[in-house]
Design a binder for this molecule. Sequence first.
Ligand SMILES: [Zn+2]
Ligand SMILES: [Zn+2]
Length: 403
Amino acid sequence: MSDSVSSRPSFFRRAATAVTQWIDSDYCPEGAEKMRNEPDRVDWVRVMPFVVLHLGCFGVIWVGVSAFAAWAAVALYFIRMFAVTGIHHRYFSHKTYSTSRAGQFFLALWAGTTVQRGSLWWAYHHRHHHQHSDDPEDAHSPHVHGFIWSHIGWITSRRNFPTDYSKVKDLAKFPELVWLNRFDLLVPIAYAFSMFGFGALLEHYAPGLGTNGWQMLVWGFFISTTALFHGTACINSFTHLWGKRRFNTTDDSRNSFILALVCLGEGWHNNHHRYQSCTRNGFYWWEIDPTYYGLKMLSWTGLIWGLKDVPQSILEEGMRAEHQNSVAAAQASTLTRPENASSLRHVLPAAAAIAVATVNASGTQIPQKPAAGVHKDVSELAHELGQAKPAAQPPAAPTDRTA
Ligand SMILES: [Zn+2]
Ligand SMILES: [Zn+2]
């Protein structure tokens, strides 16, 4: 079947395209725009390297474990989680600090070891997420597509593979970044080989550690990288479902202390959706943000500079919102206290009887209360309780999006 008689390429054409894209992720013979406009569908051929990444974890059955390999996997998880959050996210996606062109290339190489495709692909999708958070256009909203799709499905969808360079023009003007983005498997392969070589060297020069090339490949590459993917994916899935909402943003982003630990500060996702242009996601001193601390230390080396603070107006807005949220929570708990409930028990039967009698007498219909919002937060509860709803949020803060 040719393209002239079908808008959808044949299976073999799509498979050949997918295999070529393993090497050259910009290869799109039918056009990247057309591919992006397809409906969501898992591309099983294209996604095979991602499947192999997961299957490689089972290599532990044959290589076993040593304390050194296990701790190396943990250390490499956090070193590379820092690259996801501090480089892919806070530099390439939001440009919350500055660096030189050589420094930028070094950061892109570091971020390449995370095996989360190229920095431009990452930034394009992330900026798109901020523009369309939790609306039907959002590629990974758990409210629109469900939890599994938001966590892992969207990254396997054929339409989400091509990078839209028109949305990352500020980055696409650097040919070295575009090249790394296009051949996004090169750094991961080099990283995997280096893990094997490192393990082989240790086996030869430090046999007491009990590790070897294959074991370090499994623990330092496959297991650590798979865990890194799922840790990162929690930000797309869990932080739009679980946690507290401080700011009444137009999406359902939430703050989570646990995910701030797992993802080195990215758990303060509601903060971040409120204001994206600052280097820290933990806005207050008690909100732990290891990525910010790491970036601060990097700035002392001169590799990066110009870290952006949280504006005072945003900090004050957050404190006002906290106050209003706690007042609403206190009001809600007052209504549900046992002593109030017991007094209500005496009043409610009589009130209900009067209401039924009144309705029957008049023949009127009881107006139906609108269904409760799926994602009701305390500010909405405050409104229902007759409290002043928190002041409407100022317009979304300008981000550094250039698209
Ligand atoms: Zn962001
Ligand atoms: Zn989000």
